[in-house]
Design a protein around this ligand. Sequence first.
Ligand code: AVJ
Length: 320
Amino acid sequence: MNAAEIHFHNQLTEDHCPTMAEEVLAGFTSKPKYCSPKYFYDQKGSVLFEKICELPEYYPTRTEEAILTRAMPEIAALAGENATLVEFGCGASRKVRLLLESMSVQRYLGIDISREFLLESTRRLAADYPWLEVHAACADFTRGLALPEAIDPQRLVGFFPGSSIGNFTPDAAEGFLDSLHRLLPPGSGLLIGVDLVKDHQTLEAAYNDADGITAEFNLNLLDRFQRELGIAFRRELFRHRAFFNAEKSRIEMHLESRIAQVLQLNGHTIRFREGESIHTENSYKYSVPGFQRLAARAGFASRKVWMDEHGLFSVHYLTA
Ligand code: AVJ
């Protein structure tokens, strides 16, 4: 096998498109209107997200990378020898390189919903780490978790960085961790990054960057639905909104209609009042003990937690 070859597993069903139309319609006809953040990640959205990660206001990425770099010797010891690393929502597969540099890893499986992006980033990984057996699975893990048959569930270490867990409501996060717990044999590890509650300015600035990249990322949903579902959006009639909801401990992102307007989707009429919004994302923020309690309810034991010196972000090593 060519060193830069990867094993590809398609787990996105053929009906992904009708599913998207149905899900979007269900969300747009609800009160209040909503839309799943997983739809941000078409090719353009995945690229925009990588840009967000580099923004001065967006502290999670660089903070988590610094935490991982410092914690690597301890993480390597906890993970043991010849691990199979499984990354959920691997995106550009950048952070996992920190792990590959200093852990004993035999096999890597990257799971992502964005197919071309996944193929590109796992191929790059396979080229840069020729000794590594690289697998890529295109899947929507919010619809259930399954490992491709080629992946032996022994010695698995799950990797769920970036506070992606924050996109789930706490109940759904517990459900997701619970299904992960069922997938992982007892004793296997889960390395998970969780964003922490902090002052509102820092939180809100991270989702309202001065360059407007986050706004672009949010508005890209409209372009995607226009292209893929035929909704005749005029993106200049919507604005990006992001704020911290302290009561629910989450950042909320919305696309707010600037005027009263009407749109059509599959023969359904969708009406917007002026100022009415589509709720496009939640990003929950936890305290360290709050997240440990949630993980414990799903059956995970907390082995170790690391934080940066300012208490911005946390990385947990849990065992099943
Ligand atoms: C990938 C879900 C962790 O919530 O911070 C970044 C996505 N949205 N800026 C986050 C996101 C707007 C990000 N997660």
